[in-house]
Design a protein. Structure first.
Length: 159
């Protein structure tokens, strides 16, 4: 059996991405017409790295930035979410190895300012980090979210 790849190796595997494809078939029922960019994992990580302390971004914000960068109608919600998850785990892996400068994944929120249970340590760990950076976290139903997160949103520059 071959050894498991590290999160850093998964993040570095661009799989011939990014690519822009036409929205067709069943995709068009959900997303309409136009094109979708399927980003490279390192592109998602790169945008997450640009979010400064005290600021936030959502997965949808990352998708919009990627779409603008590639001239696409939308950014793929599935791969963008998966690659943000991989970036978060690669950052936690790097921190566990003693690296200090890691991707600040805790600043990337889900839609509506929700915390991400799938990040390392789950929502409690993300909550702790965000509170340490000055954000107020509130419970909404069974989920946690950043109160007034809209005021802290940033649109990172894309190159």
């Amino acid at each position: 059996m071959k050894p498991r790849r590290t999160w850093a190796e998964k993040l570095a595997d661009d799989k011939d991405l990014p690519k822009v494809v036409n929205i067709t078939g069943r995709m068009s029922q959900r997303w309409g017409r136009g094109t979708v960019v399927i980003p490279a994992p390192r592109e998602v990580d790169g945008l997450m790295r640009k979010v400064p302390k005290g600021k936030l971004i959502t997965i949808n914000g990352i998708r919009a930035a990627l779409a603008a960068k590639h001239g696409a109608t939308i950014g793929c919600p599935i791969t963008t979410g998966i690659f943000a998850w991989i970036a978060a785990h690669a950052a936690a892996e790097a921190a566990a190895a003693g690296k200090k400068k890691i991707t600040p994944y805790w600043r990337t929120l889900k839609t509506g300012g929700q915390l991400n249970d799938k990040y390392p340590g789950g929502a409690p760990a993300q909550r702790k980090r965000l509170i340490a950076e000055g954000h107020r976290i509130v419970r909404k139903g069974s989920r946690w979210q950043v109160s007034d997160y809209e005021h802290a949103l940033v649109v990172p520059p894309v190159h």
